[in-house]
Design a protein around this ligand. Sequence first.
Ligand code: SIN
Length: 277
Amino acid sequence: MDGQPPNTDYSAIAVTPCSPHIGAEIGDIDLTRPLSNSEAAELKQAFTQYLVLFFRDQQIGFEDHVRLAEYFGPIGAHVGAKTISQTTEDPRVRKFHADENTPRVSGDVWHTDQSCAEVPPMASLLYIHTIPPQGGGDTIFASMYRAYEALSEGMKVYLDGLTALHDGRDIFGEGTPSASHPVVVRHPDSGRKLIYVNGAFTKRINELPEQESDAVLRFLCAHCARPEWSFRFRWAPHSLAMWDNRCAQHFAVSDYLPNVRSGFRVQIDGIASPVAG
Ligand code: SIN
């Protein structure tokens, strides 16, 4: 990659940061075979450090996709009553496909996956084998650590102790869960504090009057989406992105329909509800 030197703390895999605050491209790795202990350990370390990992030129099958996810935790299921992605012959893997018949690109709003769940998924692994012929369909990722750290000290104090309602029914239909989570949470692995509200699922801050809640959420969602802590990933055929839903938001850019963008995704179960920071 242009301009970014590899991180020399890593020796079993190549880890090249993509931007100052989020994302690293992983090289010297073959996802079609089991990883060595040191490769798996360094991958976990890089995931905690960079929040989103990108792999290129990996022609993987379902077993490879699932094996990669299982180094991090058990495979989970989508909590939505209705989802745009479709089942495959393997219940652990969902097809993620858009084309001329797709009314709307899934994920074209800033979000973390299924934050409406009591225990949201830890991570998602999206593998794209077919990209639109003229490009497009990038995914933008943002660090919620950096977004939190950039708040004023007064705003950090104000947000401390607040909780927010996350509701998935508008997106995934009746029967989809809702849950309240702290507005500021602490990541279980890194120990860092971060903002945990997003434009897709977060409906209101429970402890505030409605208008104040609306204004604070508007501010926080705009703040979280700022380019200073974001990175825009350009897919190529057979790329895979693995993101940490506990500390990164993402946005799927809807600029390619009616062209085809197609792949598969797997999600890793969360271990516990987000904990206040
Ligand atoms: C998503 O929002 O989960 C999908 C991201 C993408 O299609 O790039």
